[in-house]
Design a protein around this ligand. Structure first.
Ligand code: ZN
Length: 350
């Protein structure tokens, strides 16, 4: 590390250029979830590479304050041999060619948390589509994964469904790249492993664009704000597209939630080694359903839409969420929220 040549004046902008190079290696995180055991950038012998970094791991491939509340704007350029493609978060701005190489350009107009940044290089083919209100969409799929295209192509339909429930999609473009061994809400370009590619999982990652990407968690203690909402919309989508009511579907996850809470602890009790355990998905989704039952469908969804609109590009936590729910409903939900997040045993529903 070198130090600054002169002290910077307080409250003034400064331009900092950091040059770095290297061969990134993934980080062994010690996480219980197997898909999170290795974090950061991974590369294969054939030259392909992909990065997955929730809760952290971006530090393996670029200089960053690897914290969910420290967001930034990004311009990304990835230079690859012709026949290969470089895919990143943000909006695709086209490719330029020089000799035997091609450079892929990506730009984000909204702040991005480093855990939803994306870098992947492979022999992708690009397909274009249009979402609601003309939102440009690109899909990036390798030839051998082309069977996944029909599910990827459901993105416009899933976006429309989410917009009806949660309000306007908060970003200027969307997309999906088939890579990795997991599903991740990488901003404006969802990362989906071949074995995870089902419409309800795509819907879940898309829902994170409202809950997680646009309205971000202040610390990882608030990860239930991401997963509770995404899970809730995933269950609602499933209920709308299969037999059984939303209440039936929620009743079904209740018994599973009990077991998860017993095994992994309460959703509000952050465990460093068990990031994004199933307990932060199901309990908070059930909690949201309890709030909905108390205030009714119309007020619940109006409140949900306003939560995103009013907190766009900000970081939020339990205190601000609780205060906001109380203010919006005129009722005191503090005890209900705290019980669902902190109780060692599964709370009784209404
Ligand atoms: Zn999720």
């Amino acid at each position: 590390m070198s130090s600054l040549p002169a002290p910077l004046p307080a409250d003034h902008g400064a331009r900092v250029v950091v040059r770095y190079h290297g061969v990134p290696e993934p980080y062994a995180s010690g996480q219980q979830r197997r898909d999170l055991a290795l974090l950061g950038l991974r590369s294969a012998a054939d030259g392909s590479a992909w990065a997955l970094q929730e809760p952290f791991g971006a530090f393996t491939w670029f200089p960053v304050n690897d914290h969910p509340s420290d967001e930034a704007l990004y311009d990304v350029a990835i230079t690859v041999p012709k026949g290969w493609a470089g895919v990143a978060h943000g909006t695709y701005r086209g490719r330029t060619e020089m000799g035997r190489t091609a450079t892929y350009h990506w730009k984000s107009a909204d702040p991005v948390a480093c855990y939803v940044t994306l870098f992947t290089v492979d022999r992708y083919r690009m397909y274009r589509a249009k979402g609601p209100r003309g939102i440009p969409i690109t899909y990036w799929v390798r030839r051998e994964d082309r069977w996944d295209l029909p599910v990827a192509r459901r993105l416009p339909e899933l976006l429309r469904w989410m917009e009806q429930k949660a309000g306007p999609y908060p970003f200027p473009s969307a997309g999906l790249v088939v890579t990795s061994r997991s599903g991740m809400e990488t901003q404006q370009m969802i990362t989906m492993g071949d074995d995870f590619l089902r419409p309800e999982v795509v819907l879940h990652e898309l829902a994170h664009h409202w809950f997680g990407n646009s309205v971000s968690p202040r610390t990882w203690r608030d990860v239930w704000l991401n997963e509770g909402f995404a899970m809730y919309f995933e269950i609602q989508w499933t209920a709308d597209h299969s037999p059984g009511s939303m209440d039936d579907h929620m009743a079904e996850i209740r018994s599973r939630e009990k077991a998860m809470r017993k095994e992994m602890g309460s959703p509000g009790d952050y465990r460093r080694d068990w990031f994004a355990g199933a307990n932060v998905y199901y309990g908070p989704a059930l909690m949201l359903h309890e709030i909905r039952k108390r205030v009714g469908d119309e007020r619940f969804f109006a409140m949900t839409r306003a939560w995103v609109q009013e907190h766009r590009n900000t970081s939020q936590d339990r205190a601000s969420f609780t205060a906001w729910v109380n203010q919006h409903t005129g009722e005191d939900f503090t005890e209900l929220i705290d019980t669902w997040l902190d109780s060692r045993a599964s709370p009784r529903g209404s």
